[in-house]
Design a protein around this ligand. Structure first.
Ligand SMILES: *Cc1c(COP(=O)(O)O)cnc(C)c1O
Length: 401
């Protein structure tokens, strides 16, 4: 967003409610409707010529269905305001946004740095697509901070971050890393899905590309796949848009609509889910079967100081490391839960647990624990019911011989 835009000074909740809405354009309807289109008509040759010129110059607009309609543009504008960005591009999934952000920075012979705690499919892009393009990757300890400098090479194009990390929740010193990268002319991208731009604003901390799996808290209802990348500058956005066009990415207008619909209530959902998540984390921490709780907002978690310094809130996702036990015993705990579904993804209104094993997914750091692990997502159910469900499952497990 330009600095002379008066919306810049609005609080985030107000941006959530008003960003990217133009009721006058839609007969007064509060929400931008679902505009589905492939062909976008021009009334005259002059209008066609103007549109073609604008499209070539990268001016936001509706040119052809693949590049989006007003449903997409309005959502992008709301996200741009929320992120304090120059411009935002939507992607058909969070993963597509992650991969496109990386791809837009690099070329054959290039080099990319990825944190050891990166979302697993992004880890696979290193040995897959990037390897095929002759781009090399180095995985780094997410706690590296300014020490990232020692890993930069003349051909390094991008330092990718994710904080907290997937599954294991390691925090990263984002400003320390972006300071080094800016000085060396290396681009940075950060997967900010856990905090959302409500609790951490990557661009304010020097990040070039703020990546979000909007499938999670933005959509918020477990019913659509969506991603976006908010860019700090026009140069970064142009390269990203080029990559997206090259790959032919296109987002359904229905899914963009669901993203905008979810965005309006994201703040109240996150506030409640963050609070419930902390209560559940505390309950886990008190159980003798639990070795460790992985939650950046808890003072005993390494990286808590970074969370306190840079983040303004917590979402409802955290990890639990159990003491070593048989799979059968662990299964009794998980299967006894009534209100927690077993499943991947998160950010919806419903509580979830996902069994996980970080050990084989780490190469730059060692996962020191032997016991089974769960990722827990706090939904919008009553906190007392969720706590009672966990207490009951612990009791059933404890009663086993
Ligand atoms: C889920 C997730 C993604 C991928 O998002 P999809 O929409 O599922 O493709 C990327 N990063 C993080 C941290 C995620 O949790």
């Amino acid at each position: 967003m330009k600095s002379d835009d008066p919306r810049k000074s609005l609080a985030r909740d107000t941006v959530l409610a008003h960003g990217g809405r133009h009721p006058d354009d839609y007969g007064g309807a509060v929400n931008t409707p679902v505009v589905r289109a492939s062909t976008i008509l021009s009334p005259t040759l002059a209008a066609w010529d103007a549109k073609t010129r604008d499209m070539m110059a990268g001016v936001p607009g509706t040119y052809y269905g693949r590049f989006g309609t007003p449903t997409h543009r309005d959502l992008e504008d709301a996200l741009t305001a929320l992120e304090g960005a120059h411009r935002t591009a939507l992607f058909p999934s969070g993963y597509a946004a992650c991969a496109a952000a990386i791809l837009s920075t690099t070329k054959a012979g290039g080099h990319v740095l990825l944190p050891d705690s990166v979302y697993f499919p992004v880890r696979k892009v290193a040995s897959g697509l990037l390897a095929k393009m002759n781009v090399s990757c180095t995985f780094y300890d997410p706690a590296i901070g300014a020490g990232i400098e020692a890993l930069l090479r003349p051909e390094t194009d991008c330092v990718y971050m994710e904080a907290p990390g997937s599954l294991t929740f390691e925090m990263q010193d984002v400003p320390a890393i972006t300071r080094v990268c800016r000085a060396r002319g290396v681009l940075t991208a950060l997967d900010n899905t856990w905090a959302t731009p409500l609790y951490f604003r990557p661009i304010e901390h020097g990040v070039d590309m703020s990546v979000q799996a909007a499938t999670k808290y933005v959509v918020g209802h477990s019913d659509a796949m969506l991603g976006y990348v908010a860019c700090a500058s026009s140069a970064v956005f142009d390269a990203l848009a080029r990559t997206s066009m090259d790959l032919g990415y296109s987002v359904s207008a229905d899914d963009a609509f669901l993203g905008a619909r979810g965005l309006r209530t994201m703040s109240v959902r996150l506030e409640r889910q963050g609070r419930t998540g902390l209560a559940l984390a505390e309950l886990f921490a008190q159980q003798p079967e639990v070795e460790k709780v992985l939650h950046p907002a808890r003072p005993d978690f390494p990286g808590h100081d970074l969370w306190k310094r840079d983040f303004s809130g917590t979402s409802g996702l955290f990890g639990v490391v159990f003491r070593p036990m048989s799979r059968a015993r662990f299964a009794v705990f998980v299967d006894t839960l009534e209100h927690f579904g077993i499943g991947a993804s998160w950010g919806g209104y419903e509580s979830l647990v996902m069994p996980m094993n970080p050990k084989p997914l780490r190469t730059a750091t060692a996962w020191p624990h032997e016991g089974p692990c769960l990722r827990v997502h706090a939904g919008l159910e009553d906190e007392g019911d969720l706590v009672a469900d966990l207490v009951h499952a612990f009791a059933v497990m404890r009663a086993l011989p």
